[in-house]
Design a protein around this ligand. Structure first.
Ligand code: PSV
Ligand code: MN
Length: 431
């Protein structure tokens, strides 16, 4: 099928014509610079062009904090409009061809038709996300006591059943992974028995695990706190990897960059998880204090680079089935989500490109001979390289825009959608 992307192709071609000469100039200059270091720029561009990261369906609407949500005129109001906005992001940036849906937020009558609709827009689906952290209208048992770990057997059964329903939907959408994040935990010391709550988690997730098709993965996502502020059942990578090991080979761990205490060495966690074959995927975002909502790379792009540095190391020591799923999971409270997603996809791809530039031989030799400064400088050299021409060239080759943000602004997309779409309501946010 020939996808019908939302923006007129001539618009993007016209934009690119204006910027091609400058890009060629910058690209050639960077090519000569890399060549002196023995790196062929074309090989890096090819790797960058092959890289992608999924967009969460919920990330194209204005999120909000628990204090307020400020709606944006023309933001999507249903899964179909969400797909349209995801298609705009992918059309311009060419790094986000998949959409990760969340249920029941994205419930619709016909998932086979939804898959076709996405394909028509040049998109496919990525891991399904279950939601047992909120009560939905018509739900029989409240999640106020927790979900997979609730002391109420009927509530646990309902949460398990919902996850199994998500797997069923995922099969129709053509995906092969489910991400399970639960809000279960405690707000008071003494409220919950740590061991019994974790045991209930293991029992419930084993039931979900048993419903996984042969080629599926279940990704366990940990989060230190929120909504439970004293103790969360799957609070860190330790609880997560122990559960994944207990469940079996189809269970892996998912690292959301914003789900750790400030200053935690996340890149080291990446290395540990890979060592034991449990690195399932990432949710990218950034964090300054304890939030998980800021735009990827906006606060600590160096950490993002160090994470990708470990991923490139992992590629050199692949374990069977190593194929981490990448997704952006952030909340846009004051920006146009399309602009934030374009910017974040660029930051993430840039961290990957810089990690590819690390002289691995030199780094490993410096590590083995305890040449601390040389090892450090080997990383710095790659990190300091301005890789933007590589990213822009990869986009151009794939039909995207050389400068996605300005092309998006020139398209008038949001203003036209403000006319065509219903308005959404204010109130408290959800993510
Ligand atoms: C929880 O904060 C989380 O990171 C999980 O991935 C959820 O599914 C997502 O955010 C959406 O609220
Ligand atoms: Mn997440």
């Amino acid at each position: 099928m020939n996808p019908q992307m939302p923006l007129p192709i001539e618009q993007i071609e016209q934009h690119n014509r204006k910027h091609t000469d400058a890009l060629r100039d910058d690209y050639d200059s960077l090519g000569r610079q890399l060549d002196r270091a023995g790196i062929a720029i074309e090989a890096i561009t090819a790797r960058v062009a092959a890289f992608d990261v999924a967009i969460p369906s919920w990330g194209v609407g204005r999120g909000g904090t628990r204090f307020a949500r400020f709606p944006l005129a023309g933001e999507p109001t249903n899964v179909h409009e969400k797909l349209e906005d995801c298609a705009v992001i992918n059309q311009l940036g060419r790094a986000t061809p998949r959409v990760s849906p969340h249920f029941p937020w994205d419930k619709t009558a016909d998932y086979v038709a939804l898959r076709e609709e996405a394909a028509h827009l040049g998109l496919a689906f990525d891991a399904v996300n279950s939601n047992t952290f909120q009560d939905q209208p018509g739900l029989q048992h409240s999640y106020v006591t927790g979900s997979l770990c609730s002391t109420v057997a009927a509530t646990r059964a309902q949460a398990v059943e919902h996850n199994i329903e998500c797997i069923d939907i995922g099969k129709q959408l053509g995906v092969n992974a489910i991400t399970v994040w639960i809000g279960d935990g405690a707000n008071f010391p003494g409220q919950q028995n740590f061991t019994r709550a974790y045991d209930r988690y293991l029992e419930s997730t084993a039931e979900i695990y048993a419903a996984l098709p042969a080629d599926w993965h279940m990704m366990l996502e940990h989060k230190m706190y929120e909504p439970a502020f004293y103790a969360t059942v799957i609070q860190d990578w330790g609880s997560s990897i122990l559960a994944a090991q207990h469940l079996g080979p189809k269970a892996k761990c998912l690292i959301d960059l914003g789900h750790h205490a400030p200053n935690v060495n996340i890149e080291q966690i990446v290395a540990r998880m890979h060592r034991f074959g449990k690195l399932g995927g990432f949710h990218f975002n950034d964090s300054k204090y304890g939030d998980d909502d800021l735009d990827s790379g906006s606060i600590n792009p160096h950490q993002l680079f160090l994470v990708f540095n470990e991923l490139v190391e992992a590629e050199l020591n692949p374990l069977a089935g190593f194929d981490p799923a990448y997704m952006i999971d952030q909340s846009h409270n004051v920006t146009d989500p399309i602009e934030s997603m374009l910017s974040s996809a660029e930051e993430i791809t840039s961290a990957f490109a810089k990690a590819l530039l690390v002289d691995r031989q030199k780094l490993h030799a410096a590590q083995d001979t305890n040449d601390v400064m040389l090892a450090y400088q080997t990383l710095r050299r790659a990190y300091r390289t301005d890789v933007r021409p590589i990213l822009a060239m990869a986009r151009l080759q794939k039909g995207g825009a050389i400068e996605p943000l300005s092309a998006y602004r020139a398209s008038g997309w949001r203003a036209s959608k403000a006319q065509a779409r219903l308005s959404t309501s204010a109130g408290a946010g959800i993510v």
